[in-house]
Design a protein around this ligand. Structure first.
Ligand SMILES: Cc1cc2nc3c(=O)[nH]c(=O)nc-3n(C[C@H](O)[C@H](O)[C@H](O)COP(=O)(O)OP(=O)(O)OC[C@H]3O[C@@H](n4cnc5c(N)ncnc54)[C@H](O)[C@@H]3O)c2cc1C
Ligand code: FES
Length: 258
């Protein structure tokens, strides 16, 4: 489906992140993304941070020029949408560790909520540079998740990277699966920490996208097209490529180091 809708609600989540809610009927599952644009502007892939019912949402972090313009949108502004695209998280595991780095938590929150609603036990390791950049901490707690926090500057929770928190949780507890989204170096470290414990890790990855239909090759990651084979991949499929946590492709398709 491809359409233009009006933004019905905006929520400032952190100093650099905003959620846009809008009416969008096509069914969607946690993990999937939409292509979204301000009419006349460039199109960006965005994970759905709200997947239920007819009121969906995306949560946008100000990065470069295009994403920054999303932060100035207001209620009633038209936005273009197509999708949802891509695969989804397998929500069947019972004891799940969710590892969110920065805005990566946008795609994990609806997965955690839906798993909790099915009776899963969900622990969240939430990382951010500082306390006011922690995304969806209160939303996840309200849904019933146990949320543990790490901030780079120690302004809340454990001081340091969220990966140290993950290692300590893996030492103390047993999990059936880990779902993670954030910087690829972070996801790669999570995969390394989980591997000796035999816990499967599922990563939501980002690449430059054009068609979102598996036809243009813009989103190539090793042998995969992230738009149709992903964006959710089991970590062992990613770590066997040369690209994961090392290279991505620029808008012209050139492979460049992270
Ligand atoms: C599956 C998926 C889900 C994502 N989910 C989120 C999310 O939930 N929240 C979030 O904040 N970000 C998400 N992103 C990242 C987002 O799409 C952009 O890459 C990011 O916002 C940076 O865009 P920019 O315009 O600010 O960057 P710039 O560096 O300014 O971009 C330079 C140019 O490239 C274009 N561009 C940048 N990134 C992409 C891209 N991935 N595909 C196509 N064109 C691009 C821009 O429009 C601009 O023309 C996701 C990406 C993918 C692939
Ligand atoms: S964006 Fe065109 S193949 Fe994935």
């Amino acid at each position: 489906m491809r359409t233009v809708v009006e933004v019905t609600e905006t929520v400032v989540e952190t100093p650099s992140t905003i959620t846009l809610r809008f009416p969008y009927e096509p069914p969607a599952d946690p993990g999937q993304f939409v292509m979204v644009w301000i009419p006349g502007d460039d199109e960006l892939p965005m994970s759905l941070s709200y997947t239920e019912g007819g009121s969906k949402g995306v949560t946008v972090k100000a990065m470069g020029e295009t994403s920054r313009r999303f932060l100035s949108l207001r209620r009633g502004t038209p936005i273009g949408l197509r999708g949802p695209y891509g695969n989804r998280f397998d929500l069947s595991p019972h004891r799940v560790l969710v590892v969110g780095g920065g805005s990566g938590t946008a795609v994990l929150a609806p997965a955690a909520e839906r798993a909790l609603a099915r009776g899963a036990f969900v622990t969240v390791a939430l990382g951010a540079t500082r306390a006011d950049e922690l995304l969806f901490r209160d939303r996840l707690r309200a849904a019933g998740a146990r949320v543990e926090v790490a901030t780079d500057d120690g302004s809340e929770g454990t001081r340091g990277y969220v990966t140290a928190l993950v290692s300590s949780l893996l030492e103390r507890e047993t999990f059936d699966a880990i779902w993670t989204c954030g910087p690829e170096i972070m996801m790669s470290k999570v995969a390394s920490a989980a591997s000796p414990k035999g816990v499967p890790v599922f990563c939501s990855v980002e690449r430059h996208m054009k068609c979102a239909l598996g036809m243009c090759d813009a989103c190539a990651l090793g042998p995969y097209h992230v738009c149709v084979d992903g964006p959710v991949f089991r970590a062992d499929r990613l770590t066997s490529t040369e690209d994961f946590a090392r290279f991505h492709r620029d808008p012209s398709g050139r492979r460049v180091p992270f």
